[in-house]
Design a protein around this ligand. Structure first.
Ligand SMILES: NC(=O)c1ccc[n+]([C@@H]2O[C@H](COP(=O)([O-])OP(=O)(O)OC[C@H]3O[C@@H](n4cnc5c(N)ncnc54)[C@H](O)[C@@H]3O)[C@@H](O)[C@H]2O)c1
Length: 291
């Protein structure tokens, strides 16, 4: 089964990145979010990112324009009626995702594949809330999508071979490398990465080091390209907290307990870069640590 037209639900940092790489690879994209303003803002981000790639000579001006023309706003879920695949990249919250699937399934072609970009939630459980568990799969892109090479593919218990192969072919067409993960909480990357980030937040919470000391320590002492708190801000602290909650609930092990300081930042609406403030304050000329 060839995937030539996809729908993307959620025009935030991941949804707009997925739309961007798909359009550059020649796939037609319909982009949906809660409001026309959010779709517009997603399209503006894609435009800015494509322009940056063109100015660096990574893509040609013609590629930039063709990619932009391939992406269309989809204010209504019924706009997905002729999509071969729909990729859900909305907020990391199981109830939000289930509601989306219930609303979108009746709009889809019977053989359309439904995929979730969830960072942690069970693909089997999400699939069971749809009318097509055998045509449901986890396609987990990394952030920022245009730059990061990896995509995790996660089969739910019912995911069919045709769905898996079509998804594998799409990811290859987008120029990404696949790691196949079993359907356990947070899959591979986030099962390993998020407990490390959560531990960095505990290290801050317990006063072992400041934001700057922790990030410098892990950059220069462990050769990480960015510090764990900087990375948490980049991922989004709401997403980090949701992933830790899924690990904690799903594996019933206290080692995954989300750090209370992470909870406090999320309760404050300090979600990292996307809200201009997290472990760093991004409102000035350069990021300033908030602790
Ligand atoms: N941030 C990361 O590093 C990262 C990496 C891989 C996967 N993910 C996953 O991708 C998904 C999206 O994350 P993000 O970082 O793009 O978040 P984000 O907050 O940047 O974007 C989420 C978008 O979903 C939209 N949305 C919420 N409810 C919706 C609904 N009912 N219908 C349509 N749109 C809705 C929001 O308006 C928002 O624009 C999450 O499942 C997350 O776990 C995130």
């Amino acid at each position: 089964m060839d995937i030539n037209k996809i729908g993307v639900i959620g025009a935030g940092q991941m949804g707009n990145g997925i739309a961007h790489v798909a359009a550059l690879a020649g796939v037609d994209v319909m982009l949906h979010d809660l409001s026309e303003d959010r779709i517009k803002s997603g399209l503006a981000t894609i435009n800015g990112n494509l322009s940056r790639q063109a100015s660096k000579g990574l893509i040609t001006e013609e590629q930039r324009q063709t990619a932009l023309m391939r992406i269309n706003a989809a204010p209504k879920l019924s706009d997905f009626g002729d999509c071969d695949m729909v990729i859900e990249a909305a907020t990391e919250n199981e109830q939000v995702k289930i509601k989306i699937f219930q609303a979108v399934c009746p709009m889809l072609k019977p053989d359309a594949i439904l995929a979730s970009n969830t960072s942690s939630i069970s693909i089997t459980r999400l699939a069971s809330t749809t009318d097509r568990p055998e045509r449901f799969i986890g396609i987990h892109f990394m952030n920022p999508v245009p730059i990061m090479q990896l995509v995790e593919l996660i089969r739910g218990i019912a995911t069919g071979d045709e769905t898996f192969e079509a998804s594998r072919a799409l990811v290859a067409r987008l120029g990404k490398t696949i790691a196949v993960a079993e359907d356990f909480p947070a899959f591979i990357v986030n099962r390993i990465l998020l407990p490390m980030i959560n531990e960095a937040i505990y290290t801050l919470y317990e006063g072992v080091g400041s934001v700057e000391a922790i990030d410098t320590a892990m950059k220069l002492g462990a050769n990480h390209p960015m510090g764990p708190l900087q990375l948490a801000d980049f991922i989004g602290l709401d997403t980090c907290l949701s992933v830790m909650q899924v690990l904690h609930d799903g594996l019933a092990d206290s080692k995954y307990r989300p750090c209370p300081l992470l909870v406090k930042y999320v309760e404050a609406g300090w979600l990292g870069r996307k809200s201009q403030r997290g472990f760093y304050d991004y409102r000035g000329e350069r990021p300033i640590p908030t602790r």
